[in-house]
Design a protein around this ligand. Structure first.
Ligand code: PLP
Length: 364
């Protein structure tokens, strides 16, 4: 990424674009359109909405957590009628719940689901939702936020009947923030033709026209694209399935530590616990942000803060991206010392349990 920025209208650049679009198709597991913008993941949310919907269209969202609710806010600001379904954020969205809503309302244009809700560390089974939606015959599109699941947890844009998948560079792709990526299926492209929301920066027609020649309608994030090429090479070298297995293992190892501390994670079901980040509940009477502040101060390690609806009640341990087993054990050691110093735990048995889990597991 520190290489000199090249001419984004020159032949060398066109070759780079073509390689990256192909690499993104491999990541999203799609043979259809993929796009990339100089933007964060929130830009990808906006691109999905602005390109496919018209003012007053209705979309379905569930109260999965902070990011699902922020996506709902983005849609509302575009004049979309958001059906926001009350949901227990400690479990993944169930296909039956989606179908129940769709059966009551034939006008819903899209169902927006966060694959891995980073605020809670709960993953939703997108494959089952995609299958149930197609079996139901309801015409709603399926939009999936894969910001913290792409290149972390298996996600199959085409095979799971997803219409738009959105993500960003700074998580599974191991890059700095600043690159928004999307996969767009044929039904979403068709919806795009009749969609009336105003769009300029995000317009897929402009992107497609330029991308076909290897270029972009405006200045792309060239140096992040250099980084993306390397990230794609690293992921391919490790093998995507091995990348998923490594993240799954790190999730299990982290939860072993949490159990060793005698604490709970937000995810109620082990099968839905995130491979990307673990949200740990601190017992009543303790402030999770005070624990985080102490760990930052004493050990120079920054943990994720609790986000609504778990503000002050959880801290989040990230185990995503370019991470090896010893970095994870070091991270958990920092958490354990912080928990002890804060008086949240009296027995320091988490790291030992994590190491035990790591030794026993043969995933890596
Ligand atoms: N969706 C999820 C699941 C996220 O975790 C995030 C950010 O962490 C976002 C969306 C928003 O992405 P960004 O902050 O890159 O705009």
């Amino acid at each position: 990424m520190a290489k000199a920025t090249i001419d984004h209208r020159g032949p060398e650049f066109a070759d780079l674009t073509a390689r990256l679009l192909e690499g993104l198709r491999y990541l999203f597991k799609t043979k259809h359109d993929v796009f990339m913008y100089p933007a964060s993941g929130s830009g990808a949310w906006e691109a999905a909405i602005a390109n496919t919907l018209s003012p007053g269209d209705r979309v379905l969202l569930f109260e999965q957590g902070f990011f699902a609710q922020t996506w709902a806010k983005v849609a509302s600001r575009f004049g979309i009628d958001v059906v926001n379904v009350e949901w227990n954020p400690r479990i993944g969205v169930r296909p039956e719940a989606v179908i129940r809503q769709l059966e009551q309302d034939a006008t819903i244009k899209a169902v927006c689901i966060v694959h891995n809700e980073t605020s809670t560390g709960v993953t939703t089974d997108i494959e089952s939702i995609g299958r149930a939606m197609r079996d139901s015959g309801h015409p709603a599109m399926l939009f999936v936020d894969a910001v913290s699941s792409l290149a972390v947890t298996d996600l199959q844009h085409d095979a799971w009947s997803i219409d738009v998948t959105v993500s960003g560079s700074q998580k599974g792709m191991m890059l700095p923030p600043g690159l928004a990526v999307l996969a767009v299926g044929p039904r979403a492209m068709e919806a795009h033709e009749g969609a009336m929301l105003p769009r300029s920066y995000w317009d897929w027609d402009d992107q497609k026209r330029f991308n076909e020649r290897g270029f972009f309608p405006y200045t792309p994030a060239t140096n992040l694209m250099f980084g993306l090429e390397e990230a794609l090479a690293m992921l391919a070298e490790e093998g995507l399935e091995n990348v998923f297995a490594r993240h799954a293992l790190f999730g299990r190892v982290t939860r072993a530590a949490v159990e060793g501390w005698g604490l709970d994670v937000v995810s109620q079901n082990e099968s839905e616990a995130s491979q990307a980040a673990t949200a740990v509940l601190v017992p009543k009477g303790h402030d999770a942000d005070a624990v985080r502040a102490l760990i930052l101060d004493r050990f120079d390690m920054s943990l994720g803060t609790g986000l609504d609806p778990f503000r002050g009640q959880v801290f989040r341990v990230g185990h995503i991206g370019d991470l090896g087993p010893l970095q994870l054990i070091g991270t958990l050691a920092g958490v354990e010392m912080g928990l002890q110093l804060s008086g949240v735990i009296s027995k320091a048995e988490g790291v030992a349990a994590a190491m035990e889990a790591l030794i026993k597991d043969t995933a890596i």
